[in-house]
Design a protein around this ligand. Structure first.
Ligand code: GLN
Length: 475
């Protein structure tokens, strides 16, 4: 079987009886087995996926199937699916079974997607290389000595290596876009509040957003159309009407005013090959009739500090529920309640998660709250205002996704600061809540994928998708 890039292709083949959904599912199972060394899956849902594929095939034959019929999709292992395990790739939740499904899962199933399994990720989505996972790193299929990116590393590699058609990830500070960039996929982080977070294990609640990893823009548009929209279980979800993203893709795109953030390309951490690929892309955008200006963004140095102060603070609060009593791993030798908490948390969490809990508790503590937490909140507001002003004059903002292509496993993980600084370009959209997309730009000399990031105004995903589509089609 060949690699399919878009659901449309699959649906046509199933309609003409050249392909059946159960056969397609078995193909993906065999690919997962062949590519086991990539460590993308924490678990394959053989039984429920086979049942669902059979059911959907019947519906397709009867003409009663939903929009996602034929789509085999993986879930990042921090998204709950009733009756299935969900671990956030942490020892803390090793044996936890979801008592209900996330809203996104319900919406996938309602439209007849087949959920193939849960995908490896950084522990509690904290990381940018998938190396903090309790289940070990995910390997990049372009070079297994290199990282997949993170935290949705399994989701990116599953799509890259043809282990399923599409995957859901979560993006708090770049966790959909950066692994997509490292693996040559399309990674969409919608506007904060566009998609429900109900049933998604929380990391930093004012940043967390579900996103998609796909091989085609049309699948990203289709998934967003299905997943977006209000939800009585999550009050932070917007009640704004959900546009028909797939229809919008077919419309002629008017010339866009694109702003390139000058300091991002001039940043010394940016690899020359990344910069060269982006400069080529800028030329291509111009040739396609768009205007491109280089504009200054003088708050670049404040992005990473503000992001890490705020997300650590929120994480320390969100993760307090894992105490061995309410949830999670429980130590069996503790002699009193305090010891039970201490030992359970010490054993259940990995090093990076502990670092963030400590950092977050510190910035929220009485003596330091104003100096760190509150200051970071003010900085977030400034950044947001600056981006909003910029987006009054421009339709789209363009930057790299990451300073480099995928780095080697073990290369950066010992140095937390090096890891954090690599998030410099993705956290901008996270701090401001605007939508952003990573799109592939081909490979560097070593065959590693390169990528660029486009951002736009809140709730203007349709414009982002159209620009991405027209660029990739002509490019
Ligand atoms: N690398 C970032 C972090 O560790 C982003 C993670 C994410 O988006 N979940 O916080």
């Amino acid at each position: 079987m060949k690699k399919y890039h878009a659901l449309e292709e699959i649906q046509e083949l199933i309609a003409s009886k050249e392909l059946s959904l159960p056969d397609l599912l078995e193909y993906y199972f065999s690919r997962i087995e062949t590519e086991k060394h990539l460590n993308a899956f924490n678990e394959v849902f053989f039984y429920s996926a086979r049942e669902q594929a059979k059911l959907v095939q019947e519906k397709m034959e009867k003409g009663t199937a939903g929009k996602l019929a034929g789509m085999v999709i993986g879930l990042k292992d921090n998204i709950s699916y009733l009756g299935h395990k969900v671990t956030a790739s942490s020892k803390m939740l090793e044996n936890f079974v979801s008592p209900y499904s996330a809203t996104v899962v319900e919406r996938l199933l309602k439209e007849d997607a087949v959920i193939i399994g849960r995908l490896n990720c950084d522990e509690f989505a904290m990381g940018g290389s998938n190396e903090t996972s309790y289940y070990g790193p995910v390997k990049n299929a372009a070079d297994p000595l290199r990282v997949a990116g993170g935290s949705s590393g399994g989701s990116a590699v599953a799509v890259q290596a043809d282990l399923c058609l599409a995957a859901l990830g979560t993006d708090t500070g770049g966790s959909v876009r950066q692994p997509a960039a490292f693996c040559g996929c399309i990674g969409l982080k919608p506007t904060y509040g566009r998609i429900s977070r109900y049933g998604v294990i929380a990391y930093a609640s004012s940043f967390d957003q579900v996103g998609t990893l796909t091989s085609s823009v049309s699948d990203a548009a289709l998934l967003l159309e299905v997943l977006a929209g209000s939800d009585e279980h999550d009050s932070t979800v917007s009640t704004k009407q959900v546009p028909a993203y797939t229809e919008a893709l077919k419309e002629q795109l008017k010339p866009q005013r694109i702003a390139v953030l000058k300091e991002t390309l001039e940043n010394e951490a940016v690899d020359p090959a990344v910069k060269a690929a982006i400069l080529d892309a800028i030329e291509a955008f111009k040739q396609q009739g768009h205007t491109v200006d280089y504009v200054s963004f003088d708050l670049l140095d404040y992005l990473v500090p503000a992001y890490y102060v705020l997300t650590a603070a929120e994480a320390s609060s969100n993760l307090s529920r894992y105490d061995g009593v309410h949830y999670g791993h429980r130590n069996t030798e503790a002699k009193n309640l305090n010891e039970l908490y201490k030992l359970s948390r010490a054993e259940g969490f990995g090093e990076e998660v502990k670092r963030r809990i400590l950092l977050g508790t510190f910035v929220l503590s009485a003596g330091y709250y104003d100096a760190y937490y509150q200051k970071a909140q003010k900085v977030r507001m400034l950044i947001r205002q600056k981006m909003e002003t910029l987006l009054e004059s421009y339709d789209v903002v363009l930057t790299p996704v990451a300073p480099t292509a995928a780095f080697k496993i073990g290369e950066n993980i010992q140095d937390a600061l090096v890891m954090y600084m690599a998030d410099i370009f993705t956290v901008l959209a996270s701090l401001t809540g605007i939508p952003a997309i990573a799109i592939p730009l081909g490979n560097n000399k070593e065959g590693l994928p390169l990528s660029l990031q486009l951002m736009t105004k809140h709730f203007e995903e349709a414009a982002l998708l159209s620009l991405a589509e027209s660029f990739l089609k002509k490019g």
